[in-house]
Structures are given as structure tokens and as C-alpha cells.
Design a protein around this ligand. Structure first.
Ligand code: NAD
Length: 282
């Protein structure tokens, strides 16, 4: 190949993102020439809709593709020529590949979560799962849980409209009995009857410290999966471990979604365990 494969990450406030180091580190180990650039809309005070211009410019400049992150995962949809079935079902795209001049949208977030759950918490019971958070990550994770065969997912969110919209969308795809809306006063009973708890709100990040639910709901035989990955050891992860729960931190979802994107961009199979341990050391 003459030049390096060019890839970018588009979003707002992505300065601290670990994706460039994770992708470029793996490419180096595979002997690929690969450049992964940040394209931060916040640097130019641009709105999410500007992702369309970024797509046009990067396509023209010969980029192989883009990862798309907050707040552009939905804003990018009108600018794509084609969507994978999963991205269409989710209505969100985190990976765009330029293929013979066409921009094709994919979503690897849900796969990242599902694969991470299978590898990180093998044998976890999926009959009944409680999920906190119905935003972008929550939509991907619930899709992943139901695709992986979860019996029912009960969804809680402070924003009742967001919760109901996600439940409605899941029901249309997976059948009405498999997704239900939880109400705050029913959280303790729902968690008490569940096999596992998935956390998909920003609680636990530096800007949103604390626990998303009372620690005494974390019983020993409940598995707990966290999507927050900055930091890896959130208050929830720490509290759940202290109570003897099997715990999956947000790192695996992140590493597996990155690995799936890397494969789409390069056609090469990355070593996910190597990416995961690289991620742990970043
Ligand atoms: P978002 O803003 O789209 O959605 C968050 C939702 O959580 C909102 O609907 C909000 O109403 C709800 N919420 C907030 N606090 C709550 C609480 N205490 N109880 C119930 N609901 C509450 O955010 P997002 O894009 O879904 O991101 C959520 C988190 O997931 C972020 O920390 C993000 O970094 C992380 N994430 C991780 C990965 C990964 O690969 N590990 C991928 C995507 C996102």
C-alpha cells in the first residue's frame, strides 16, 4: 500500500478518547500503516449536524472510514448511503466505512456489549435483566441483550419518554413480552427478582459521581454489567465487587466495539485480548 489507511473519530469533546491509541497500537502490532485522527466538533464550536460536512470532507480526502460518537450517532444517519441491518434497527451509527464512494453505516456498540458479556461473564443468567438507562448506550445494550437471548429486559430511566420510546422500539423488534418499562418505585422489587443488572447511564463518570441505585440492592447472586469505562472502576463496580457480585466493567464493551470497527476498516482480525490489555494500560 502506498499511503497509510486513514480513519477518524468524530464527536464533541473527544480529546480524552482512548480510541486513537487503541486502534493505532493494534495496527502497529499487526504491521499495518494506519492513522486514526480525532475530528472534534467542539474545537470549532460546531453542532452535531456538522457531521455531514465532516463525512463529505473525509470521504473526499481518501479516509477509509470514521468512528462516530456522542453527540453525532443519530445526526449522521441522513448523510449515509446505506445502513447495516443492526444500525437501521437501532437508529444509531458508531462506524462509517467508505466503500467505492458510498458511505455505509454500522453499529458495533451492541455487539461489543454482547460479546463482552459472553466472554466476561460466561454463563450469566439472562431470564430477567434490569437495565438502567435508555439513551444511546442503553439502546445498543438492550438490543444486544435481547439478541443474545435475554428473556425480559426491564428498563428504567429518569426520563420516562426516553424509556418508553426505547421499550416501544424493542417490542416492535423482539416481541411485546420481552421489554418492559420500570417505574422508580418498583426498582427494588425488579432488581430483587432479576438475574442481572446492566447500568447504561453516565453515573459514575467524573462529572456524574455516585451510585445509580442503592448499594443494598446489590445481592451476591446478582451479576452486574457496567457500560461506563472512564473510569473502569466506577462506584457501582466497586460496590458490586465488595458485595460479592460477578462484575463486568465497561472496558470489554469498549474493546470489542473497537475491535469490530477495526475489522471493518482494515479487513484484519485484531487480537481483542491484546487490545483489552493495552486499554487497561492506557
Ligand atoms: P445518554 O445521555 O444518551 O443517555 C443516558 C440516559 O441515562 C438518559 O436517558 C438519562 O435520562 C438516563 N439517566 C441518567 N441518570 C440516571 C439515573 N440515575 N437513573 C436512571 N436513568 C438515568 O448517554 P449514553 O450515550 O447512553 O452514555 C451513557 C454512558 O455509556 C456514558 O458513560 C458513556 O461513556 C458510556 N458508553 C460506553 C460505551 C462502551 O463501549 N463501554 C459505549 C457507549 C457509551
Amino acid at each position: 500500500a502506498r499511503g497509510a489507511l486513514l480513519v477518524g473519530l468524530v464527536g464533541a469533546g473527544i480529546g480524552p478518547s482512548l480510541s486513537p491509541a487503541l486502534h493505532e497500537g493494534e495496527a502497529r502490532r499487526l504491521g499495518l500503516r494506519y492513522r486514526y485522527r480525532r475530528i472534534d466538533l467542539a474545537d470549532w464550536a460546531l453542532p452535531p449536524e456538522a457531521v455531514g460536512d465532516v463525512l463529505a470532507i473525509t470521504r473526499e480526502a481518501g479516509y477509509r472510514g470514521l468512528n462516530i460518537t456522542h453527540p453525532c450517532k443519530q445526526a449522521v444517519l441522513p448523510h449515509l448511503d446505506e445502513l447495516s441491518a443492526d444500525a437501521a434497527a437501532l437508529g444509531a451509527v458508531n462506524t462509517v466505512v467508505f466503500e467505492s464512494g458510498r458511505a455505509i453505516g454500522h453499529n458495533t456498540d451492541w455487539y461489543g456489549f454482547t460479546r463482552g458479556l459472553a466472554v466476561g461473564l460466561p454463563g450469566a443468567g439472562l431470564d430477567s435483566v434490569v437495565q438502567l438507562g435508555a439513551g444511546g448506550a442503553g439502546a445498543a445494550v438492550a438490543h444486544g441483550l435481547l439478541t443474545a437471548g435475554a428473556g425480559t429486559v426491564r428498563i428504567f430511566d429518569l426520563d420516562a419518554d426516553r424509556r418508553d420510546a426505547l421499550v416501544e422500539s424493542l417490542r416492535s423488534r423482539f416481541g411485546a413480552p420481552r421489554a418492559t418499562a420500570g417505574h422508580a418505585d418498583g426498582l427494588a422489587a425488579a432488581v430483587g427478582a432479576a438475574d442481572g443488572l446492566v447500568h447504561a447511564t453516565p453515573t459514575g463518570m467524573a462529572e456524574h459521581p455516585g451510585l445509580p441505585l442503592p448499594a443494598d440492592l446489590l445481592r451476591r447472586d446478582l451479576w452486574v454489567a457496567e457500560v461506563v469505562y472512564r473510569p473502569l472502576d466506577t462506584a457501582l463496580v466497586t460496590a458490586a465487587r465488595a458485595r460479592g457480585c460477578r462484575v463486568l466493567d465497561g472496558g470489554r464493551m469498549f474493546a470489542y466495539q473497537a475491535a469490530a470497527g477495526f475489522k471493518l476498516f482494515t479487513g484484519e482480525d485484531p487480537d481483542v485480548d491484546r487490545m483489552l490489555s493495552h486499554f487497561d494500560h492506557l
